[in-house]
Ligand binder design. Structure first.
Ligand SMILES: [Fe+2]
Ligand SMILES: [Fe+2]
Length: 208
């Protein structure tokens, strides 16, 4: 699926097989394979973006730790286990009520991760992966997302655009990058994240 070094693969495997993450991912897999596959994809994109960001000296690796960011990417949508399949895979537009149900998944996912004693720094990223840099987005909690949550969010948006879903076709990598830049223009995600995404374009091409 991706062009990864052996070190990348080892890093991801270790994370995915660490006890509590493994349990949560297995549950997600059995609930909805499509969301599981999406989560793995987002985790790889987030991992490569993170490495690019660190190469540029963007992240303080102690404050925004790679293991935590990639774990959050793996778990970001576990709250979708609380969303009925009829809504998750609905082919036509969602009603307001259905949209409200979908919007609960970041908070429900974070709370589930908390029950599994996942570190709070990861739970914050799960909870805020649909929040924008200006604090808009959901959940409506008045909080601002961390740098890590915004990175997971950018990887998630890019991944969702370039994936085929039961209700939509896949867009190409260029369209995905263009949409990330329009999010940047809106002030939703940090400007540098567009560059990090572009710098891993070879990996992304391998994804599409
Ligand atoms: Fe999500
Ligand atoms: Fe997602």
């Amino acid at each position: 699926m991706f062009e990864n070094t052996r070190k990348d693969e080892l890093f991801m495997r270790r994370l995915m097989t660490s006890e509590r993450i493994k349990q949560l991912l297995e549950m997600l897999y059995f609930y909805d394979e499509e969301t599981y596959e999406h989560s793995i994809r987002v985790a790889y994109i987030a991992m490569h973006m993170y490495d690019a960001a660190v190469d540029e000296g963007y992240f303080d690796v102690k404050k925004t730790n790679k293991k935590y960011v990639v774990a959050a990417a793996l778990l970001h949508d576990i709250g979708k286990m609380f969303v009925p399949h009829s809504i998750l895979h609905k082919k036509s537009g969602l009603t307001e009520e259905e949209f409200r149900v979908i919007q609960q998944h970041p908070k429900l996912g974070a709370d589930m991760a908390r029950i599994y004693l996942i570190p709070e720094v990861i739970c914050e990223m799960i909870e805020n992966h649909h929040k924008k840099m200006d604090g808009s987005g959901y959940p409506y909690n008045g909080n601002f997302p961390s740098e890590g949550a915004l990175l997971v969010s950018a990887a998630d948006i890019f991944s969702a655009i370039t994936e085929k879903r039961s209700y939509k076709d896949r867009e190409d990598v260029k369209t995905g990058i263009d949409i990330i830049y329009s999010e940047i223009e809106e002030g939703h995600i940090p400007e540098a994240y567009g560059e990090f995404l572009e710098s891993i374009i070879d990996n992304l091409m391998a994804v599409s």
